[in-house]
Ligand binder design. Structure first.
Ligand code: NDP
Length: 256
């Protein structure tokens, strides 16, 4: 007689391709109209998720539900979520990506430069995540991914405002993990190094050369290389991953 196998068969290759419509998740990426955010939106949409992006200026990118939103304005954040909820349902995957840099040496930094960066990069994330929690707690399902920076760990001359905002996200995420983990909601931080986008396009050549020199892999990242990590954090396979700060920086911040 046939005997039952002693061990379960090895799992097959990971399922690829779009999710079935019923499993499609409502995803929102802030600052999804260009750069890293746009790459993340494309990555999530490719696997069949219902993807919405916020844009602050210009036009929304084709292929996604675009909602105009400045993350420094709580009313705009609320309105953007309401639109996404009406069209795609409660947001289940939130990627807080919108961010700015206003570099200056501290001795000559203006209040406006410091405050605007904190207001966008840290308080903006607070506004967006707090609004997302409403639906996430209701459904008891959620993936929250915050885009920080390796400079939040390493610091950089001329970026006290930026590094403070990005380091702040780590404490924010770790505290939120402790609030929501019991409901199987995960919160993770991605800390990219130097990525080729508009944000870095205007940096002086010597600054970029220094970044590259300090990066073991010896090159900058593409937005796609950040997006694939975010896609994994949002996936079912990452269910046991929370409270992590994941550097995607070619080794630049290792040891920190
Ligand atoms: P970009 O400058 O290319 O894009 C920034 C995005 O953020 C845009 O979509 C922009 O919208 C949006 N944004 C800025 N301010 C606001 C606001 N007040 N409200 C809503 N949206 C806003 O930057 P990247 O793609 O390079 O950066 C994305 C994230 O990654 C940022 O948080 C950045 O700090 C982080 N990062 C980037 C690195 C890099 O080397 N590029 C390295 C590490 C982290 P709009 O187009 O309307 O201005």
């Amino acid at each position: 007689p046939e005997t039952a196998p002693e061990t379960a068969p090895a799992p097959g290759p990971r399922e690829q391709g779009p999710r079935p419509a019923a499993a499609s998740r409502s995803c929102l990426i802030t600052g999804g109209n260009r750069g890293i955010g746009l790459a993340i939106a494309g990555e999530l949409a490719r696997q069949g998720d219902a993807v919405a992006v916020t844009y602050r200026t210009g036009e929304p990118p084709a292929g996604f539900l675009g909602v105009r939103c400045d993350v420094t304005d709580g009313a705009q954040v609320d309105a953007a979520f309401t639109t996404v909820e009406e069209r795609h349902g409660d947001v289940e995957v939130l990627v807080a990506n919108a961010g700015i840099a206003r570099d200056n040496l501290l001795a000559v930094m203006t209040d406006e430069e410091f405050v605007s960066v904190i207001d966008t990069n840290l308080i903006g994330v607070y506004r967006v995540v707090r609004r997302a929690m409403r639906g996430i707690l209701r459904r008891r399902r959620g993936r929250i991914i915050l885009i920080s920076s390796s400079l939040g760990l390493l610091g950089a001359a001329g970026e006290t405002n930026y590094a403070a905002s990005k380091a702040g996200l780590i404490g924010f995420a770790r505290s939120l993990v402790r609030e929501v983990a019991a409901r199987d909601i995960t919160v993770n931080v991605v800390a990219p190094g130097y990525v080729l986008t508009d944000m870095t396009a205007d940096l002086p050549d010597r600054v970029l050369a220094t970044y590259i020199e300090q990066t073991p892999l010896g090159r900058a990242a593409t937005p796609a290389e950040i997006a694939t990590v975010v896609r994994f954090l949002a996936s079912d396979e990452a269910a046991y991953l929370t409270g992590a700060v994941i550097p995607v920086d070619g080794g630049a911040s290792m040891g920190h």
